[in-house]
Design a protein around this ligand. Sequence first.
Ligand SMILES: Cc1cc2nc3c(=O)[nH]c(=O)nc-3n(C[C@H](O)[C@H](O)[C@H](O)COP(=O)(O)O)c2cc1C
Length: 191
Amino acid sequence: MENPAKKMLIINGSPRKDGCTSEMINFFAGKLSILYDITVFDCFGNAFSPCCACGYCEENDGCVYSDMDGFFVTLEDSDAIVIASPVYFLSYPAPLKNIIDRCQRYYSAHFIRRIRPTVARPKLGALLLCGGSDNRFAFEVMEKQAKQIYSIINTKYAGMAVRSNTDSPAGIFPSERLEELAEDFIRFCDQ
Ligand SMILES: Cc1cc2nc3c(=O)[nH]c(=O)nc-3n(C[C@H](O)[C@H](O)[C@H](O)COP(=O)(O)O)c2cc1C
């Protein structure tokens, strides 16, 4: 397909251009590029202000800061959102966590101002994670966070692919469920 109509936003939480997160993104994007026009957003190259808990979004549409205006337009305009990230201390690296916290504007819209849906265009969501150790707890925690975000931005969660033990001297541990997740995504798009 020369000009795919659907748009996918991949939010890349890793600072490393050739790390495991990038590998997972490249594989996933390679499989999905026949269906989606894909934008990869580099969180470390575009760091935003953290949420300052000012309460502006409890009364108003949007955020008191304007630095993420362009990002929010891209996000709202997308048909698919993929969060791709390494594990940092059982959570997301700080620039990506800032983006997650700034989604408080959608949380307030949904739960306080009761705008349903907060984002008009429905989306499909997925999560790609890699961690240096074999501790799976971080994947569970980060999946819970991602699901919470997806639930307030009109996004149906398709699932998670992970790669653990990336820092192991014992060699390379392959990604789990990455290919299946790409196939699930293709199936969901057909529905
Ligand atoms: C600041 C920092 C904190 C980390 N914390 C964890 C952790 O809590 N659990 C874990 O399994 N790996 C942890 N790691 C290892 C990374 O998740 C791992 O190296 C990952 O593969 C890096 O992905 P990337 O190559 O895409 O950047 C940490 C790495 C850094 C730099």
